[in-house]
Design a protein around this ligand. Sequence first.
Ligand code: IGP
Length: 522
Amino acid sequence: SGPRGLVVRRSEESGHLLGFGNESHVPSTLQKIAARRLELAIRAPEPPSRQFDRIDVFEKLKRPPLAIAAEFKRASPSKGPIALEADVAEVAREYAAAGAALISVLTEPEWFRGSLDDMLAARRAVEGPDRPAILRKDFISVDIQIREAASFGADAALLIVACLGRSQLKSLVATCFDLGIEPLVEVHTREEMEVALESGARCFGINNRNLHTFELDMETTSRLAPMVPKEAVVASLSGVSTSSDLAENVDCVLVGESLMRATDKRRAVEELLSRSSTGGSSRRVATKVCGLTTPQDALEAARAGADLLGVVFAPASKRRVDSVKAREIVDTVRAFGERRRAWHPPEHDALRDRARALVEARGPLVVGVFQDQPLDEVLTLVAAAGVDLVQLHGQESAEYAAKLGPHIRVVHATQPYDRAACDLPNCVAVLVDSVDARGNRGGSGLSCDLDLVRDISADLETPVFLAGGIDADKLQDLPFVIGFDASSKLEISPGIKDLDKVHAFVKKAKTLVSSSSHLMLL
Ligand SMILES: O=P(O)(O)OC[C@@H](O)[C@@H](O)c1c[nH]c2ccccc12
């Protein structure tokens, strides 16, 4: 039996729909949305006939070196609200001014909070011969949805193979061409690509996101792109936040969420367009929000853009969580990050390369914080909670740490510091924390002596995480700091975060990213 919520006509029609991505018999979100869209489309009135100047979408997307498709998306099923109140005309003008080749507008109302009126407003905001093309991003399965696209100013329309039969797709492609709309046919698997290639379309979108499970796999593009003939357009869709995420050997990259979250959208698009000029040398400052005790606060920190989220298992801590609560946090964060598995660090010989891999990991990642607990206890908690990595805050021996997975080693801003503890191959970063006069470690709210931190970093030949009394006001450009860890200064009371402070902290750290390109790794 096929997935429910779909009109499965004949098996050769829809073989590509069975078993790929959605193994369960419960309809996936994609199937629910597609079914709901069909239900509404059938009842929709015939759209008014309006004439628009159209542009050659194929030619626009084929222009070297790389076309950027910028998306207007207020919310999504995997991320929830992203930018509910965004002004579509304003955003469209910014995208156009930055040189986007295409603007994709979500027109689905319930899960994405979009509308045809949003698309019309975007189309009306961009004029002129070299304006960006407008794409209707929706779940299209009947012709009237393409007539609506034409009536509300689209030059192109998305057709998602994962919710269409073979001949249904062919007929929708033909309707598009009849109405002067360029079909962009979206796939996520080889089987879907085979169906797409026979559909008559000439623009293909490879979605890195599985729309059934919301799992992101950025390798999807490089796996499927070689199947497309050179003359056609290949676009890579989803999951791009910086130029280092851009796929090679595609004509176009479509970017949604990260642009919708960017305060300066024009600059964000321009940065993507000039990937070669900034390249690998630019340095970002990571953020870690520690001492989270609820899934709600963790989700808010993730939404703010934090890279690492810490949950504390140390028995003496006021912010201690049990494995059940930690698991809830991990599940929430992982769903937000569209990941199914824990992080597996790539192997590197040098600590600095491991640290860089950590801050560039597709997160946010959840860190379990421990302090001098029996190894068995740590291993049990890690397995039960499913945290991505561990942070060791006590005087754990090298022998002990070697038995763990990837971990962050905490050292204290004292001289001499515990250098040997940082030398393990599974140590992925070093975090320098303060000590108070009585020798109390962690959570004291005291700041570190920055000269000592610089010395430690120089000795380790790697930039470190800095903790101790950190909030937005404490952030500054420090070439020996790869990331900031904040906890007590972002709280209302122990374990309860002040979400405004969390947002301010992450936001400020992001401004350091762009202004600190002169700061290289040591
Ligand atoms: O926000 P992201 O990760 O940059 O992804 C954008 C876009 O690819 C995504 O919104 C998308 C791709 N295909 C879709 C189909 C329907 C709805 C949405 C989509």
